[in-house]
Write a protein that binds this ligand. Sequence first.
Ligand code: AMP
Length: 438
Amino acid sequence: MSFSDLGLSNEIIRAVTERGYTTPTPIQMQAIPAVLSGSDLLAGAQTGTGKTASFTLPLLHRLSSDESVKSTSHGYSPIRALILTPTRELAAQVESSVLSYGKYLKLNTMVMFGGVSINPQKRQLRGRVDILVATPGRLLDHVQQGTVNLSHVEVLVLDEADRMLDMGFIRDIRRILALLPKQRQNLLFFATFSDKIKALATGLLDRPKMIEVARRNVTADTVTQKVYKVEREMKRQLLAHLIRRDDWYQVLVFTRTKYGADRLVKQLSQERIQALAIHGNKSQSARTHALAKFKNGSLQVLVATDIAARGLDISELPHVVNFDMPNVPEDYVHRIGRTGRAGASGEAVSLVSVDEYPLLTDIEKLIQQRLPVEVIAGFGDNSHTKPEVVPDERQQRIKGSKRPTRSTAEQSTPRTVTGGKKSDARPGASRRWAKRDR
Ligand code: AMP
């Protein structure tokens, strides 16, 4: 099957051909005809499957087939498509895909997110904007100031809707939905299905077509997974050792907290390993700068929290390191899905201290695989170290919560900060680990 078999216009086919795409990916084969038919869509697909093009291409086709420029009573030219994303980086990435696939069409695209001045965005909104890619918070700022008009939106896309719910955006999303015309096409993309997604889809979608492409196979031969058992205090030295020993030139490192990310960057820099961090407390320009350097190969180590790195598409990333193990097992799958893409080989390394053994057990259960374990002399077999509570930013927000599961994380509103709870200690964790045959 080719892109022209899917009924896309010549201008769009020309643009994708220039990008080197020859055949549509499985999500594209299914989603493109569904969107072109005007149906609502509920699609399960992770980053790396070609999901952005699966909604962007038919969206561009639909809007360009009817290019009549309408104007509203306020004199604005109407926004015809709204794409909401959870993070600034993903918004920028989606915008650049829309621009690239739509380069031969006469449609205007705009991206808006917080952390940058609002005034240039206001100016841009006074001109013609056909497609708006936005994060919910900044979009609502514009709504409040009366600088955006959403009353003519024909197509709504919620990209990575599950992550938007994880981040506590549900109320923002509902406020935005209330501003859209009733008659419209809705496309909802998620990476991991949950009851919250089901509830959102039920209220939003009208007889949707449902598509789910195979979850990225984390056991794919292209990703080598490895666990290093390590003393908690030795993680940084071990990471520096691995970077040097194996000449890692481009490595994405995940930490659990923003503070942990900053501290690691400082420590690596002291060891003369060039590193920068991206997370929610960094200014937008710092995030953009770090990501651009990392993508173009001039930054060796990028340290990120899960939320900041969500949806990032970094081609042929060779190494991913779990400096801290994720609390939610699915995040492991998302994290290591950054490497080993498109047939390129990749390596996913987890540095696991004794506190994190139960998290590793949960991950292995999810991926139905035992991960090979190595211990490097000098960095410690830590099975005798006493477990310690690992602080977790998300958990700190959930007063009285037990170990966070995906559903408790969703219930949280990430604006209230309460003291960290010690309920994560999970006595017996190390005993369970000791039984493992390693
Ligand atoms: P996404 O899942 O949207 O983040 O896309 C992942 C990567 O796949 C991006 O770098 C796209 O440029 C690339 N891509 C999307 N569709 C195709 C295709 N049909 N053939 C080859 N590469 C593609």
